[in-house]
Write a protein that binds this ligand. Structure first.
Ligand SMILES: Nc1ncnc2c1ncn2[C@@H]1O[C@H](COP(=O)(O)OP(=O)(O)O)[C@@H](O)[C@H]1O
Ligand SMILES: CC(=O)N[C@@H](CCC(=O)OP(=O)(O)O)C(=O)O
Length: 298
């Protein structure tokens, strides 16, 4: 919690002079904030995050929260004795796993975030990709190349989906009513089957469809790091592709960067990857000159 009583009048004035032009820039603009499972941390971090979302909404921004919950899914699968593995950064998902993913993401994690925002005085509404056919998924198809024979094989990830169609009818109504949407990346395909969608990919599709001004990806690292583990403050799409090709960007950062590139191509002005465990990370990024993390532009 920020304690305004601790600021001198001149510090308060300095803060306002810095923040107000940024607030005007984002007035009535959609900002999609992806809240990763690793960024969720303890209760204090969650309270700071919820406070930021409520302050953004009260300042005239239209925040849309898209959340993950990978570590929370992993804990529940372990409790139930269900083994899980990742291939190409995606959880191989059978029918039993997709049921747990839905229960954890669209259930407990979603309602916990809604609860935190409500306690900070915001009016949040928890939904998932299924609601109002918001995001229709299709099965992810990936191939792997055998390093010896060079033969391509199809990688079957089970019920792992990717956004196929986005219908913003429900989101438009929610935003018009000045409610804060909190979205879980659980979607149906056209045939009704439930699919597990990576939360970064889901957030990118929502940001693209809403023509968001910013997409913030809150994670547990300061941003994109170079080979010496130093933060890279700014990147272009071309530079991102080079860093993937030379191996500087790997693992879970690859779907994040692919999401950034997709969102930028769909018209999102800029995407920022930043550390969600830094108190008030979103507010600092949007309303100060300092910014934080890595900003990616076309
Ligand atoms: N160049 C890089 N800079 C920063 N992180 C990287 C880089 N390459 C790989 N990573 C990995 O990507 C991870 C972030 O992705 P992920 O664990 O999927 O995050 P989240 O759970 O927040 O979606 C980091 O913790 C780090 O291990
Ligand atoms: C297909 C796939 O991998 N889905 C993810 C969905 C949650 C997610 O992406 O959560 P984070 O943002 O916390 O990583 C999973 O099952 O873990």
């Amino acid at each position: 919690m920020i304690n305004p009583a601790l600021l001198t009048p001149s510090q308060s004035a300095d803060l306002l002079v810095v923040a107000l032009p940024h607030m005007q820039r984002y007035d009535q603009e959609v900002v999609v904030i992806k809240y990763g499972g690793n960024a969720m941390g303890d209760a204090a971090t969650a309270e700071d995050f919820a406070e930021d979302i409520v302050l953004l909404e009260q300042s005239g921004v239209k925040p849309v929260v898209c959340h993950g919950g990978g570590p929370q899914i992993a804990r529940m699968l372990t409790k139930l004795g269900i083994k899980s593995e990742f291939k190409q950064g995606l959880r191989v998902t059978d029918q039993a796993t997709v049921e747990i993913v839905e229960m954890v993401l669209a259930g407990s994690v979603n309602k916990e975030i809604v609860g935190y925002i409500s306690r900070e005085g915001g009016k949040a509404i928890g939904l998932c990709g299924k609601d109002g056919n918001m995001v229709t998924a299709r099965k992810v198809t990936r191939t792997i190349v055998d390093p010896d024979s060079k033969i391509e094989e199809i990688l079957d990830l089970g019920f792992v989906g990717e956004p196929d169609k986005v219908d913003t009818t429900v989101l438009d109504a929610v935003l018009k009513a000045e409610l804060i949407p909190v979205l879980a990346p659980v979607c149906s395909a056209a045939d009704g089957q439930t699919y597990n969608v990576n939360a970064d990919t889901f957030a990118g599709a929502i940001a693209g469809a809403l023509n968001a001004k910013r997409l913030l990806l809150l994670t547990d690292v300061p941003g994109v790091l170079n080979k010496d583990k130093e933060l890279i403050p700014e990147l272009t799409v071309e530079e991102c592709r080079r860093l993937i090709a030379d191996g500087t960007i790997s693992g879970g950062m690859i779907p994040k960067i692919e999401t950034c590139i997709y969102a930028l191509e769909k018209g999102v002005e800029a995407v920022v990857i930043l550390d969600g465990k830094v108190p008030h990370a979103a507010l600092i990024e949007l309303f100060t000159d300092t910014g934080s993390g890595t900003i990616i532009r076309r």
